[in-house]
Design a protein around this ligand. Structure first.
Ligand SMILES: Nc1ncnc2c1ncn2[C@@H]1O[C@H](COP(=O)(O)OP(=O)(O)OP(=O)(O)O)[C@@H](O)[C@H]1O
Ligand SMILES: [Mg+2]
Length: 322
């Protein structure tokens, strides 16, 4: 391992982390490489991810397997309608005659917030506040969350009764929104070959940790050190600003979105073994970074012009620096 990472030192360690993580996840998840790459992108910049997809496309399985392969502390919370904010953040409890803090599940490195749109706004807000502040305040006392801290939230795009869609303002806190789609025909057949016993999923026990919290923080330093030219920086800003001018869009991407787009582009460059960002990195990361932050006008939605179309229009309208 050591010699291998030395050999790739020019491009950094992240390419080998990527390969190893992908190999571990592939033991239980067929395909979905793009999803795994994007999850890893978020983890190395300390950003949060929203995974959206219809039931049964392995959202939970992929998030579980990825977290396990990272070798960091991992918790999963199944969000339900009766959940309270303190079920996320923690509570003060009486131990003997002393009040002590019992930390909630947010005190972890990777939190899988499963079916986040099934819980009422108050509890969602507690999670989203922790995501933004990287700390929680219980009984007036702020308590910092561990590092790294990454939330992987899943949601189902079909709004049925008893769901609470996340408000736009809170969606902005997710670095990436990843749409998990149906597998290809070949992959679907391969899923069947993986079938384990009856309808039980394959076991996650095969997934081995290939990194650590320390290694991930080191990877973040590597990403931070990725070079970005003035031209590429200006390009990121121009693409984001362009989303605010589209006639089909009533709310464009925020300055936070621009910060997120640059960070994700740096991570994307590193995952490919480069120490500088190209306009192509920006173009590739624009859909997952921007799609959930755009509010479309009702007319656009009627014409089946969706957020990804708006992102594509914005990208196409800005000249690519060379
Ligand atoms: N790409 C895949 N590779 C391996 N197994 C898969 C894949 N896609 C679906 N499956 C199978 O489907 C099952 C359901 O996956 P999972 O529970 O992760 O779906 P989900 O997207 O979280 O669904 P829900 O929205 O209902 O929570 C898995 O346990 C596995 O048996
Ligand atoms: Mg699930």
């Amino acid at each position: 391992m050591v010699t291998r990472s030395r050999r790739t030192a020019g491009g950094g360690e992240l390419t080998s982390v990527r390969e190893q993580v992908a190999a571990e996840v592939a033991k239980v998840v067929v395909g979905q490489q793009e999803v795994v790459d994007l999850l890893l992108t978020a983890v190395v910049v300390g950003g949060h991810v929203l995974l959206e997809g219809v039931p049964g496309v392995a959202k939970t399985l992929t998030a579980n397997a990825l977290a396990r392969s990272l070798g960091v502390e991992f918790r999963r919370v199944q969000f339900t309608p009766d959940m309270l904010p303190s079920d996320i953040t923690g509570t003060m409890t009486l131990r003997g005659r002393e009040l002590t803090f019992r930390p909630g599940p947010v005190f972890t490195n990777v939190l899988l917030a499963d079916e986040v749109n099934r819980t009422p706004p108050k509890t969602q807000a507690a999670l989203l506040e922790a995501m933004q502040e990287r700390q929680v305040t219980v009984e007036g006392e702020p308590r910092p969350l561990p590092q790294p801290f990454v939330v992987v939230a899943t949601q189902n795009p079909i709004e049925y009764e008893g769901t609470y869609p996340l408000p736009e303002a809170q969606l902005d806190r997710f670095l990436l929104k990843v749409d998990v789609g149906y597998p290809s025909e070949a992959d679907e057949v391969a899923v069947l070959r993986l079938a384990h016993a009856g309808v039980d999923p394959v076991t996650l026990d095969d997934v081995q940790p290939v990194t650590s919290a320390r290694a991930l923080l080191a990877a973040r330093a590597e990403v931070d050190a990725t070079r970005v030219s003035d031209e590429v920086t200006a390009y990121v800003a121009a693409v984001v600003r362009r989303t605010r001018e589209l006639p089909s869009v009533s709310l464009g991407a925020s300055p936070r979105a621009a910060v997120h787009l640059l960070a994700a582009s740096k991570a994307a460059a590193r995952l490919e073994g480069r120490d500088f960002v190209t306009p192509d990195d920006v173009i590739r990361m624009a859909p997952p970074v921007l799609r959930h932050r755009l509010l479309l006008r009702p007319e656009a939605e009627l014409e089946r012009y969706g957020p990804d179309d708006a992102v594509a229009t914005a990208v196409a309208a800005v000249p690519v620096p060379r």
